[in-house]
Design a protein around this ligand. Sequence first.
Ligand code: NAD
Ligand code: MG
Length: 293
Amino acid sequence: MTNENPLTKHYNGKFEKQEQQAPGLQQKMTPVPDCGETSYKGTGKLTGKKALVTGGDSGIGRAAAIAYAKEGADVAINYLPFEEADAQEVKAVIEEAGQKAVLIPGDLRDEAFNKELVEQAVKELGGIDILCSVAGEQTAVDHIEDLSTEQLRSTFETNVYSLVWLIQAALPHLKTGASIITTSSVQSYNPSKNLVDYAATKSAIVSITKSLATQFGEKGIRVNSVAPGPIWTALQITGGQPQEKIPEFGQKVDLKRAGQPVELSDVYVFLASDSASYVTGQVYGVTGGVQIN
Ligand code: NAD
Ligand code: MG
């Protein structure tokens, strides 16, 4: 087997400027992000497990959901109702892999919905072994004077409050050996000046991950986080970056290009699997080289 060149393995050119309203549809992006639809191959690492993935319609959550199914898990995904077209594509890939796909649209900023989401996933899957929180909101604002209370609240509700509500709802259903995976960011450690609210939520996610790893250790429930670097997803072209930053998005990292969601898949699978039996309270960077500590 020959080595693959990480610099050229995925698209490494300039991106066309393109703007959609949040949350956007990745099927309308150019190029369409690679979430492992054909590029990820499973080997039965999660056979018989049941996973709930938030943000599973697109981007990194979609890559996790697809990889989980290809590794033998049944998968429920959550997303916003607007994203139904992306979610239907994911359902088709999960079913093609021979696994059950459960679609549960709804807004995570609503506390009661988090409970309904967990209850429905438990009912339709028969339990939850992998709770994978990937949903997130990011809107760049240059000056703090322009950061509205509405945005501040919404970013914290989606990224932080819902993580707590989701785990509270899921805990009674999580058995020994279950795995909770959160999604932080390089922004947890190196906040950009135009992502004041978002970066703060991502630091909070690291903190919550570490607290809960300690709290749940004696139950045999592991809690870890994945910290992505610049990944080509809908988040970035729906206001996550200013449009003028889109063409060169990702090119400043050591590996000189944006990552694709499928490049996160193996880490989400590892943390979910029994192979990670001695791994908890950790943050795994998949960043193209950006340091995360
Ligand atoms: P994405 O837009 O494809 O996925 C984000 C998803 O969050 C959306 O598909 C949507 O379903 C969900 N979401 C947003 N608000 C919601 C709400 N109120 N209720 C329910 N669902 C909601 O983009 P992505 O980049 O794959 O984002 C996934 C995660 O990765 C986010 O947590 C993001 O912060 C994190 N992340 C992304 C990058 C990157 O460069 N793309 C870098 C670091 C971290
Ligand atoms: Mg989406």
